[in-house]
Design a protein around this ligand. Structure first.
Ligand SMILES: Nc1ncnc2c1ncn2[C@@H]1O[C@H](COP(=O)(O)OP(=O)(O)OP(=O)(O)O)[C@@H](O)[C@H]1O
Length: 771
């Protein structure tokens, strides 16, 4: 090869006369310099060791190639229909003032890379793509650091990074370091298309671990499934760019859809994987050997029904202590151990927490709080929860008599819908349990007969239910006296000493002598040998139920993490985004049965978790979270704390709903500006009060007295409120009301938000509500 380019250089094949002479027989300028810049294993190129001179050389040769291409189009204007563009010259001649448009115009075809027509074509292509697929998600620019080890490894002896501008593989390393496998798969697809790497398979092998990092973390996934899942994702990205994985030298993707149909269901369904990961306590597996005869009958019938895939609705009926929970544990452990999905629920959170993997029925099945004869659970057929219910073998629902029958019927209708079946509960095996002697459904302001009409025995489902009675009191074996007493109370057999009051047997009571001694005696009875046992979690857990839990807001203490309160939601503020756009916040106002109020604040994921289940006027059990000191300047509650609901928090629908909500729509002025016609209460703090001034209305020259208030609202925004009045007396009253540093509630709605004007009627509201 010659050391310089000239127009008469012939292609090697032409010289060897192996191909026919054509117009393409000569080596083009671009071909010549591409050849010179190529890296060859056994050929030492001076140019490639020239450091910065190499860059100079590349730029010079680029200009040379570009000039020769431009030269070509200059000589061949007649072949590119440049006459079409002559009108442009005329228009320029008519009024063009730009200097760069003077001189002789050479028209460049769109095939001239970098020319205006090429750029315009690319721009239009890009716009068409954006129109079709939306804005691009990813715009990657890379800055290369010559000190990177990956680049140094590729250098030949004596070379520096300047000698090798072609090294770009570092970008994959960058992405893999951030461990974003999905982004990495997308980048991999982009590189395949735009960078055309020479050895795709090698690149795949090198980065496979990073590309499939998330799939490898899935429990029990096989190597083949992991590879296929990764390739499938890459293929998806390639297809979006008009290519396919078959176009590249990558492992084959056999029968992808079939492989992943089942796998996807399991992998992508968080509900199913969570349910499958419930840990069965080892001791529960041995329970079946200790069941008494009643428990055994029920156990065998239920397990058989599941194994035979026949439907059945059961009710385990037994007074307290007859071993209902014991039986559920036996059923759950046996079925889960055999690979079945068993869903454990209970009406109350306490009962649910005793069952392994237990959840409250309302939250598990998304039963609406106001269930009626026609309601359905908030479960869509395509959702993960629907898949879980479809695949489950059995559903357990403890404390069923405590819930309104309409909630159970709602689940029945939903299951029929999900299973596309007219059989009760879609043909699933359902086991209810509980004791009708214990708490019946709470129906607000209902008479005794109305309450009974809501009991599950009055449901259309009851006649299909097979009842198993547990009679032997297993608790009585250890505490005969107590269990007999509880049974008598439940059956209504215990004699009343006064209207609705019974006498607690003396043997079960601690005699009162004086405060100190009796308290000591109570503690010693509940916590015998406390000093030896205080570190035993079992000992403490067994006694926890005996501890008083008031569930009142006033029982909360600063920085307490684990707590529980029963409260009605008085107000749910709108979700507000942070100014940065990153994150959101929502505030609830809660009130307990004593009327104490507290704010509960939720952020981001906590909002997503609870937002849909919360309703104003409903009572919930809120547990766990952060208890923080409140900023009292602005808040309209007497409490000292506010609650931050976080990842450890739980909210359950309370069975009692006897707390009357108090609605008090405290907002900030911004909210009212956006919705001026809906009146709203605002709490404001007076910062400043102006002097009294007399003003005359322009139209009729009527006299008013006026004052300006400088106030600040809950969001620390300062506003000026102007109030004016004809009635001097009321005006004077207001003057006393608005003192600096005083808080007041104002009912506001209106139109003129430049200055908030207060008219007669609003002021009266204000007096009524001020405090
Ligand atoms: N077959 C059994 N063998 C040994 N102990 C048992 C058996 N069945 C139940 N028990 C024990 O009896 C006690 C009461 O049982 P369990 O809590 O299951 O009753 P329950 O009917 O659910 O009561 P409640 O309605 O009050 O919740 C527990 O301590 C349990 O371990």
């Amino acid at each position: 090869m010659q050391d310089y380019f000239n127009l008469n250089l012939l292609h090697f094949a032409v010289i060897m006369e192996s191909i026919k002479r054509t117009s393409k027989e000569r080596v083009s300028c671009r071909e010549y310099y591409s050849y010179k810049l190529q890296i060859r294993e056994h050929e030492k190129s001076v140019i490639l060791y020239a450091g910065r001179l190499l860059h100079q050389y590349v730029v010079d040769m680029y200009v040379k190639i570009e000039t020769s291409r431009l030269d070509f189009y200059k000589q061949n204007q007649h072949t590119i229909r440049s006459d079409l563009y002559k009108g442009i010259i005329d228009s320029v001649a008519a009024g063009e003032t730009q200097s760069n448009n003077t001189g002789k115009r050479i028209i460049l075809p769109p095939s001239f890379i970098g020319g205006p027509r090429d750029m315009r074509r690319r721009y239009l292509d890009a716009m068409a793509l954006c129109q079709r697929f939306g804005k691009p998600d990813l715009f990657i620019t890379m800055t290369c650091n010559p000190d990177w080890q990956e680049i140094k490894n590729e250098l030949k002896p004596g070379q520096t990074a300047q000698d090798r501008p072609d090294l770009t593989t570092h970008c994959l390393n960058d992405a893999s370091n951030y461990q974003m496998p999905n982004a990495l798969r997308q980048l991999f697809a982009i590189l395949l298309i735009y960078c055309e790497p020479t050895n795709v398979l090698q690149l795949w092998n090198e980065y496979y671990t990073d590309l499939s990092h998330d799939y490898q973390a899935i429990k029990d996934i096989s190597y083949d499934d992991c590879v296929s899942k990764t390739l499938l994702d890459i293929n998806l990205f390639l297809e979006r760019m008009g290519r396919s994985i078959d176009d590249f030298d990558l492992p084959e993707l056999p029968h992808v859809q079939e492989i992943f149909h089942d796998l996807n269901d399991e992998l992508n369904n968080r509900e199913i994987s969570e349910e499958r990961n419930v840990i069965t306590p080892a001791e529960d597996l041995n329970i079946i050997h200790t069941l008494n005869s009643n428990q055994k009958n029920a156990f065998e019938e239920i397990i058989n029904r599941v194994n035979q895939k026949r439907h059945g609705i059961f009710f385990i009926d037994g007074p307290g202590g007859t071993g209902k929970t014991y039986l559920y544990r036996a059923i759950l452990s046996t079925l889960r151990n055999e690979g079945h999905i068993a869903i454990a629920t209970a009406t109350s959170g306490v009962a649910a927490s005793i069952l392994p993997g237990g959840r409250t029925a309302h939250s598990r099945f998304k039963i609406p709080i106001n269930s009626t004869e026609t309601t359905l659970c908030a479960i869509t057929k395509q959702s993960g929860l629907a898949q879980l219910l479809k695949q489950s073998s059995i559903i357990l629902w403890d404390e069923a008599p405590m819930v309104k029958r309409t909630a159970i019927e709602t689940l029945d209708r939903t299951m029929k819908d999900i299973m596309n079946s007219s059989i009760s509960f879609g043909g699933k095996v359902i086991v209810f349990g509980g004791d009708f002697r214990q708490v019946l459904p709470v129906v607000r302001r209902a008479s005794r007969s109305e309450t009974i009409s809501y009991s599950m025995v009055k449901s259309y489902l009851w006649e299909d239910i097979e009842v198993f009675k547990l009679k032997e009191n297993m608790r009585a074996r250890t505490d005969h006296l107590f269990s007999e007493f509880i049974l008598r109370i439940g059956n209504g057999d215990e004699e009343e000493i006064e209207d609705g009051l019974v006498h607690i047997p003396n043997e079960m009571m601690i005699e009162y002598s004086n405060n100190e001694a009796s308290e000591h005696s109570l503690i010693c009875t509940i916590f015998p040998s406390l000093c030896e046992n205080f570190s035993s979690s079992e000992y403490i857990m067994e006694r926890l139920n005996l501890m008083e839990s008031s569930n009142l807001i006033k029982s909360l203490s600063l920085n307490q993490r684990y707590w529980s309160i029963t409260a009605v939601i008085n107000q749910i503020d709108a979700v507000k985004m942070f100014k940065s756009g990153q994150g959101k916040i929502q505030k609830l106002t809660l009130m307990d049965k004593e009327g104490s109020k507290i704010y509960a604040i939720m952020f981001n994921e906590t909002i997503d978790k609870f937002h849909n289940m919360l309703q104003i006027g409903k009572t919930y059990i809120f547990s766990n979270g952060q208890i923080k000191a409140i900023n009292k300047d602005f808040y309209n509650v007497n409490e000292n704390f506010e609650i931050i609901l976080n990842s450890i928090s739980e909210i359950q629908v309370a069975i009692t709903d006897d707390i009357e909500p108090v609605t008090n729509n405290l907002s900030v002025i911004e909210d009212i500006k956006s919705n001026p016609n809906s009146p709203s209460d605002i709490i404001l703090l007076v910062l400043n009060v102006s002097e009294v001034r007399v003003i005359y209305r322009q139209t009729d020259k009527k006299k008013f007295v006026k004052r300006d208030l400088q106030v600040v609202d809950l969001r620390y925004v300062i506003h000026i409120i102007l109030y004016f009045f004809k009635n001097i007396l009321l005006f004077i009253i207001l003057c006393f009301l608005f003192l600096i540093g005083q808080k007041f509630v104002l009912l506001l709605y209106g139109k003129d938000w430049q200055q908030l004007k207060v008219n007669n009627w609003r002021i009266q509201e204000m007096i009524k509500q001020s405090f």
